[in-house]
Design a protein around this ligand. Structure first.
Ligand SMILES: [Zn+2]
Length: 83
C-alpha cells in the first residue's frame, strides 16, 4: 500500500485554479481508447490509452453543466481523413 501526503498537490482545477491535493474529490474529463471483450462470461474493458482532457476541483465539478457538454460534443463534426 502506498501512502501519500494528504497535503501534497498533484493537479489544479482548470476552471478556478484551486490546487487539488491527494485525498480531495475531483472530476476529470478523459479521452479513453478502450477495447471491450467477453472472458468467462464477464465483460472486460481494457483501457489502451487515457489522456486527461480537463480536471476540475470538487466544487467546480459539482457545478459543471455536463448536459451542455454532451450537446456540444454531439454538434462537433468528425474530422475528414487526410487521404
Ligand atoms: Zn475549481
Amino acid at each position: 500500500m502506498i501512502l501519500s501526503d494528504k497535503n501534497e498537490v498533484f493537479s489544479e482545477c482548470k476552471r478556478c485554479g484551486k490546487p487539488i491535493k491527494y485525498g480531495n474529490g475531483y472530476v476529470t474529463i478523459l479521452k479513453n481508447i478502450e477495447q471491450a471483450e467477453i472472458e468467462a462470461n464477464r465483460d472486460i474493458t481494457q483501457v489502451i490509452y487515457s489522456e486527461d482532457i480537463y480536471t476540475l476541483c470538487g466544487r467546480c465539478g459539482n457545478l459543471f453543466d455536463f448536459e451542455t457538454l454532451k450537446k456540444l460534443i454531439e454538434s462537433i463534426p468528425l474530422l475528414q481523413p487526410l487521404c
